[in-house]
Design a protein around this ligand. Sequence first.
Ligand code: UDP
Ligand code: MG
Length: 160
Amino acid sequence: FLPHLVASMEQVEETYIMVKPDGVQRGLVGEIISRFEKKGFKLIGLKLFQCPQDLAEEHYIDLKAKSFYPKLIDYITSGPVVCMAWEGIGVVASARKLIGSTNPLQAEPGTIRGDLAVQTGRNVVHGSDSPENGKREIALWFGEGEICEWTPAQAPWLRE
Ligand code: UDP
Ligand code: MG
């Protein structure tokens, strides 16, 4: 067992995180951003944005056949969202853990949905479900020049 080889296999990933309109309306933007910020992931994109219908439909294309799809599109376009791109090793799965289960009543306390929401249709935040979808969604929601490459001052204090 060679820990340094395992470490070298760890992949830097990107995930698309979004505060949904209910999170913005309820004043939870700072709280939600700070969960990812405090964990130690790197913010590489951030904006407040009114999502147009066609973008919402494209973002949730995999759910097009679901009965809740029309209501989901109405929900996501009902007010401004906060779009974020976060980078880090293992960030996709870790962000999903920080967010918690889709149904907030089943989400563990300590997770964003577990702490801050009560209904699936108002679950305050989105997170990509795979590294591939992370890349796809960041390309969908951010334009050229909206993603920043930078090195946080805390970098050497997060990873040895
Ligand atoms: N959703 C809903 N009703 C359902 C399932 C999902 O309104 O029965 C909404 C909910 O806002 C959820 C989003 O559709 O976050 C996307 O569903 P998915 O299964 O991808 O859940 P997530 O990845 O957001 O946990
Ligand atoms: Mg999903």
